[in-house]
Design a protein around this ligand. Structure first.
Ligand code: AMP
Length: 284
């Protein structure tokens, strides 16, 4: 696996792959890799001929500077994991390569419509501007044929879909399924920060989502499903629900009644000391 730290070296390596006629797949990450990330790399390997993974803990998407400071950075382990799945290129830039001069403060002014407003948008101010800013910059550098992102961060996926539309990029966005631990907890780099007691309780997120899907299929009303889920999660000592919303999977608008043909998704965020966990599940 090649490892590059500068934009120039990265672009040269990708140009060499292109010169051999290879298509390029790209998986942007913040590192502390787990099976969820590796599933994206494996998918990229299946669908394209040269797989690029970036590891960059992007300062502009952290509304909570403590979270940024504590974000795990086990780079040697990450490197070995990427080798194990035959990733072709790891781009590991320092901040100055991604944001030269004043670029860090140059906010993009894209109109995402409503999708950056609810849920994570409401509770993490400026978060999606930072995500769009860094992905936009990374796409300028890598110019992939296909970009692979996880459904785990569903709202982020929709933001990037919109970004690609607005910037008229040639890149195809591929949504990858959520990879879960054996007990159902969605894999996340933040899971390791939970003590065993909290970790055990974290199972309630996916459990509640699964129950919601089952009850939805049985015909229960949407507001009742939301109320039930929130009550159940809040009844677990240590869990504090931030939101549990059933929304239109295309525009994230709240839904109260079923409409034929409308794809719905249940999205949840909770605090469970010392982390904030998110998860989601398509209902139909
Ligand atoms: P992150 O390093 O958290 O920024 O995530 C990098 C990419 O991996 C994003 O596209 C995430 O949606 C994706 N990802 C994170 N966790 C999972 C998971 N459990 N299953 C599938 N994809 C994931």
């Amino acid at each position: 696996m090649l490892i590059t730290k500068t934009v120039k070296a990265t672009q040269m390596a990708i140009a060499a792959a292109r010169a051999e006629g290879k298509t390029v797949g790209f998986v942007p990450t913040m590192g502390a890799l787990h099976e969820g990330h590796l599933s994206l790399i494996k998918r990229a390997k299946r669908q394209t001929e040269f797989t690029v993974c970036s590891i960059f803990v992007n300062p502009t998407q952290f509304d909570d500077k403590g979270d940024l400071k504590h974000y795990p950075r086990p780079i040697e382990r990450d490197r070995a994991l990427l080798e194990s799945v035959d990733c072709d290129l790891l781009f590991l830039p320092p901040v100055e390569e991604v944001y030269p001069k004043d670029a860090m403060n140059e906010k993009l002014n894209y109109d995402f419509g409503y999708i950056d407003q609810p849920m994570e948008g409401e509770f993490r101010k400026g978060h999606f501007d930072g995500v769009a800013q860094v992905v936009n910059r990374l796409l300028d550098i890598v110019i992939p044929d296909q970009l692979f992102m996880g459904q785990k961060d569903y709202q982020q996926f929709l933001i990037i879909k919109k970004l690609i539309e607005l910037t008229k990029r040639p890149t195809e966005l591929v949504r990858c399924d959520i990879v879960r631990e054996a007990d159902g907890l969605a894999m996340s780099s933040r899971n390791v920060r939970m003590a065993p007691k909290e970790r055990q309780k974290a199972v309630w997120l996916s459990k509640t989502l699964k129950e919601t899907k089952t009850l939805f299929e049985q015909g229960y009303a949407i507001p009742d499903l939301e109320k039930r889920a929130i009550t159940q999660l809040n009844s677990i000592e240590g869990i504090k629900v931030v939101y549990f919303d059933i929304v239109d999977a295309e525009n994230l608008k709240k839904v109260t009644k079923r409409v034929d043909g409308q794809q719905l998704i249940a999205c949840v965020a909770v605090f469970l000391h010392p982390v904030r966990l998110i998860d989601n599940m398509l209902l139909n």
